[in-house]
Design a protein around this ligand. Sequence first.
Ligand SMILES: [Zn+2]
Length: 292
Amino acid sequence: MKRTASIFLAALALAIPVQGATTIVDNQPASWSKPIRPYRVVGNIYYVGSEGLSAWLISSSQGHVLLDSGPSAAGAKLIEANIQALGFKLSDVKVLINSHAHFDHAGGLAQLKADTGAKVWISRPDEPAVKKGQHFGDNDNGLTPFPAVKVDKAFGEGQKLKLGETTLVAHLTPGHTIGCTTWTTQVIDRGRPLNVTFNCSTSVAGNVLVGNKTYKNIVADYRATFAKLKALPTDVMLPSHEEQADLLAKRKKMLAGDVNAFVDPTEIARYATTSEEAFDKELARQESARKP
Ligand SMILES: [Zn+2]
């Protein structure tokens, strides 16, 4: 079986939303804190995350953008070491963005902000969760707290982030969280333009789909997100978790000489379809569990 049952979901399933019980925050997969060598992916995009949890540096002549933060202050330090190992200065990181307001993508923001002085940009719907430091919306795995951080700019659909010759565009793809953000950019790699998509997560991950009192539109949001992702022109899909796009396998191919290891224009539609199938199954399960 392809690794469709993600490590993240498996780990989330361990979490018990009872006070004093073990939670996902305590029970993280070892790969999330395992260092790996950072590397250039395509164009001006670099992988600076851990083995299992992504972080992306998008460089420019006017400073850099960092996407995702790791799960904690220690996760932030791992990312910082990777940035420096590539020869970049922490003080040149100007903007911190993330895929969504879950601890494994927002828990290191406070540390990164303190160490780089960068501005934090968060989608408007995810802003309250990031400011508070916990998941928003009814979730069977609880609220998974993380260090809160001051948001410098809250943005909406279509927001552009321009730094030097680099432009990133925000596409709101809610469901997994209410402000889940998919970022796109175009790079020049080996002389040709490539559309790069940093897709936000689309798994259910404990979300209450039937009768969610705080996030009422959750099912419609997921549906719209699947359609949106399928239609997004994408040559290179760079997700927030390794297993969503087999990043380690691609890196291996790259090291073996495949210069197109990360290029796959059909991948995002396959990813969205697989996610949608898993979503439908979980929705049906929750609906039947609710029936008297
Ligand atoms: Zn998540």
